[in-house]
Design a protein around this ligand. Structure first.
Ligand SMILES: [Zn+2]
Length: 343
């Protein structure tokens, strides 16, 4: 099969696109899926670079990519819920199933999670436990741009921040992967949205995608604008996935009693926290990473009924996967970078 592998860590140039990579062999509880699309995520960049955190470690050579979706072509002997011909999308995050949190039915707090890699390939192995059926109406493009960002954003907004139509949800970088998913989910709940972008073409896209306030995070005084738009109250929910460059402002633009949920640190992890602001405002600061199967199933149900639609910025052939990573790291693309596995 055709796949993009890395044999060593490094820059975008370390990818090798090969036509004779062996297809993965499904185990007894696995599905083998044929894929025609996937998408690029920051997690793939961190694994490619070989960052030291345990969750970014991988045996080489490796096929990267965490956005699995496609048609089931073979199933292991113990698979009961899926058959050849089904279309599925997969939650790439596994809870371990046997730690204190998992035994207590709280898999969101599993500290032994594993993330499946291998979606930059025409065939992929997916555990039955991680697969969710797709409706016929969901396009392969939307399916390939959904799992990593929408499952993460779903957990942040729905299960952690528990947003309601009464909330003003502030979302940094609303055309990024997690940011655009968060905007889509906040719209679904009918919450008030304030979001940002840093380039004029991204601002234009956001103004079409939401009727909420859209701010330029390079040129606007974000804290002052949010305070003005909320009558001096601030945002009741802040969706953080950017980290060092935005964290101090996230705390300042939050309302008293706000929920700040962080699932990413794309601008750096050294966060300056003014503890006085945290205490005086009684802020609820929460961390999150990807999501549970319960959250994934709920999110996919809204993809299946047409209520959620991923923002896709560029389509890049697999043969050009190095360029897809350059584009992702360059931060100029508004929306997900879709990978066409057929080219
Ligand atoms: Zn566990």
């Amino acid at each position: 099969m055709r796949a993009a592998r890395i044999y060593k860590h490094g820059g975008p140039e370390v990818f090798t696109v090969e036509d004779n990579v062996p297809e993965p062999k499904p185990g007894p509880t696995d599905l083998l899926i044929r894929q025609i699309r996937s998408s690029a995520n920051h997690r793939d960049v961190w694994i490619r670079k070989g960052l030291s955190d345990d969750t970014f470690q991988i045996d080489l050579p490796a096929v990267l990519g965490v956005d699995f979706s496609g048609e089931v072509v073979d199933v292991g002997k113990d698979v009961t819920q899926f058959k050849a011909g089904d279309r599925i999308v997969a939650n790439p995050q596994f809870a371990c199933g046997h730690c204190h949190a998992c035994r207590g039915q709280r898999p969101q707090f599993c500290m032994n999670v594993d993330i499946a890699n291998g979606s930059y390939a025409q065939y992929a192995k997916v555990a039955e436990s991680q697969a969710i059926k797709l409706a016929d109406s969901v396009s392969p493009d939307a399916a390939a741009c959904f799992a990593n960002t929408y499952i993460t954003a779903w957990e942040m907004l729905i299960n952690r921040a528990r947003i309601t139509p009464e909330d003003t949800v502030f979302i940094w970088a609303g055309t990024s992967g997690v940011g655009s998913a968060a905007v889509d989910i906040a719209k679904l709940v009918n919450a008030k949205i304030i979001t940002t972008a840093g380039h004029s073409h991204k601002l234009d896209i956001l103004r079409k995608r939401t009727s909420g306030l859209v701010l330029d995070h390079h040129n606007d005084d974000i804290v002052a604008e949010v305070m003005e738009a909320t009558g001096g109250v601030g945002a009741s929910v802040v969706i953080e996935h950017t980290g060092a460059a935005t964290w101090e402002r996230s705390m300042l633009l939050a309302s008293a009693g706000a929920r700040i949920v962080n699932a990413g640190l794309t601008t750096g992890q050294a966060l300056q926290t003014d503890a006085v602001v945290m205490i005086i405002k009684q802020l609820n600061i929460m961390g999150y990473s990807l999501g549970t199967m319960a959250g994934a199933r709920a999110a996919v149900s809204f993809l299946n009924n047409g209520s959620l639609s991923p923002l896709i910025g560029e389509t890049v052939p697999l043969s050009d996967i190095s360029r897809a990573h350059e584009m992702l790291e360059g931060g100029r693309v508004a929306g997900k970078i879709l990978i066409n596995l057929e080219e």
